[in-house]
Every structure is written in structure tokens, then in C-alpha cells.
Design a protein around this ligand. Structure first.
Ligand SMILES: O=C1O[C@H](COP(=O)(O)O)[C@@H](O)[C@H](O)[C@H]1O
Length: 243
């Protein structure tokens, strides 16, 4: 990775205030990009704090001035399960805000009833990124697991070693469901802004390891991603408690 700005840490009192702050900041970024004549590419994530942020986006959307037809949404990872499954990250985001705001520029890896294999799903998603996107996210949001995983890049997992590809199939994820598609480090590190979203004391040690001066990417995959223009860790007090 080329030299990147040092990460910033922004600590909020609790998960609710964190969600409101991130949602408001994202809406501002999208509106500013659109005002400058740009159609931003935004990377979404799954997970608990992401869901709270998405619901805040829906609440704040009417006053945001965002043109929902002029912003493209992607997912850092997706679960290879049937399209109707609530386990799909895209299903979670659609239910929380995408359907409500009427966003149609939404891309995720094909579901298990849309692609014959998880490998095919990963290849198709990579092709879609090349054909429909710039491959350079304006803002990429990433949840972080208690083990330090981001997207579907898990500690000690072969997915960490994929190079020369922007997507990878994951067949034995330690967190269910086992079959997933993830963006690789190579793709994640093309983002201008990377925002890590973390709440709860169960993740405090992962946050500490990710931000420590020394440490291994194999143990804490979150260490392997940084934005070209900025990296911000949005934390609540509990997630920041080991810093
Ligand atoms: O499996 C996943 O987990 C992480 C974090 O989820 P959380 O429930 O611990 O918040 C998420 O960022 C990732 O996109 C997802 O597929």
C-alpha cells in the first residue's frame, strides 16, 4: 500500500449517537459530491451498527438534499445465500433505507439462486464493478468483527492472501453463513475515504489491535485497509475503551 494519512478516531457516547453522526456525515458527503457534479460510489457494509446507521439515513434522508438517482451503492462483502434471505447484506440495507429512499443504483454479489457457484458470484461481482463503477469508492464503510475481520476477510483465512483480483469467493467463513463473496484488500484499498464503524465492548480489543503501532494483518485484518484521502474510526465509548 502506498503512504496513507494516519487514521483519525472519533468517539461517540453510544451506538445511537454514533449512528446518527455517521448517517449525517455520509449524507453530507453524498450531497457535496453531487453538488460538484459527481455521482459518488459508496461502499456499504453489513452488521449491527451498519443497520442502525442505515435506519438513521432513512430518517434523515428527506432533509438531506441527496438525489438518490445519482449515487451508486456497493457492498464490501455479501453472503452467498438465496436472494430472499435476510442474511444478505443487500437485503438488510434495502429494508433499512435503500427501498425507502428509492435507490436503484445498488450492486452486490449475486445470490445463490442467481449464480451457480460462489466462485461465479465473485467473478460476476468483479465484472460488474469494472463495467458499472470506477472501482474507486468515495466513501467505503466497514464494520469490524470482534475477531478483527472486515468485509469477509477473516483472521488466518486464505482470503487474506488473494492478490491480482478485486473479489474473492469465501467457502468456509468462520462466521455463518459459510459461503460469501468479499472484496479483496486490493479493491478495499482503492477507496478515497475508509470509515470503520464499531460499537460495543466486545470489539474493544479488535479496535486496539487494529490501531496499535505493531501487529499482524493475519491476526487483525482491519489493519490492512486505509483510505487514500482519509481513514476514520467511528467508535462508541465501549468500542474505544481499550485504546
Ligand atoms: O459478517 C459480517 O460481519 C461484519 C460485522 O458484523 P457485526 O454484526 O459484528 O456488526 C460486517 O461488517 C460484514 O459486512 C458482514 O458480512
Amino acid at each position: 500500500m502506498t503512504e496513507r494519512p494516519a487514521p483519525l478516531v472519533e468517539v461517540h457516547p453510544d451506538a445511537d449517537t454514533l449512528a446518527t453522526a455517521v448517517a449525517g456525515e455520509l449524507l453530507n458527503r453524498i450531497a457535496d459530491a453531487q453538488a460538484a457534479g459527481h455521482v459518488p460510489d459508496i461502499g456499504l457494509t453489513g452488521g449491527t451498527i451498519a443497520d442502525a446507521i442505515h435506519r438513521e439515513i432513512a430518517r434523515l434522508a428527506p432533509a438531506s438534499g441527496v438525489d438518490w438517482g445519482a449515487v451508486t451503492f456497493w457492498f464490501g462483502d455479501e453472503r452467498y445465500v438465496p436472494a430472499g434471505s435476510p442474511d444478505r447484506n443487500v437485503a438488510q440495507a434495502r429494508a433499512a433505507f435503500l427501498d425507502e429512499v428509492g435507490s436503484h443504483r445498488v450492486y452486490s454479489a449475486p445470490a445463490s439462486d442467481e449464480a451457480a457457484t460462489v466462485e461465479e458470484s465473485a467473478t460476476t461481482y468483479g465484472d460488474t464493478i469494472r463495467s458499472e463503477g470506477r472501482g474507486d469508492f468515495d466513501v467505503l464503510m466497514l464494520g469490524v468483527g470482534p475477531d478483527g475481520h472486515i468485509a469477509s476477510l477473516f483472521p488466518g483465512h486464505p482470503g487474506l492472501d488473494v492478490v491480482d483480483a478485486i473479489t474473492a469467493p469465501i467457502v468456509d467463513s468462520p462466521k455463518p453463513p459459510p459461503s460469501r463473496v468479499t472484496l479483496t484488500f486490493e479493491a478495499l484499498n482503492r477507496a478515497q475515504s475508509v470509515w470503520f464503524l464499531v460499537s460495543g465492548d466486545a470489539k474493544a480489543d479488535a479496535v486496539r489491535r487494529a490501531l496499535a503501532d505493531e501487529g499482524s494483518l493475519a491476526e487483525t485484518p482491519a489493519r490492512g485497509v486505509a483510505g487514500k484521502a482519509e481513514t476514520v474510526w467511528f467508535l462508541d465509548h465501549e468500542a474505544a475503551s481499550a485504546l
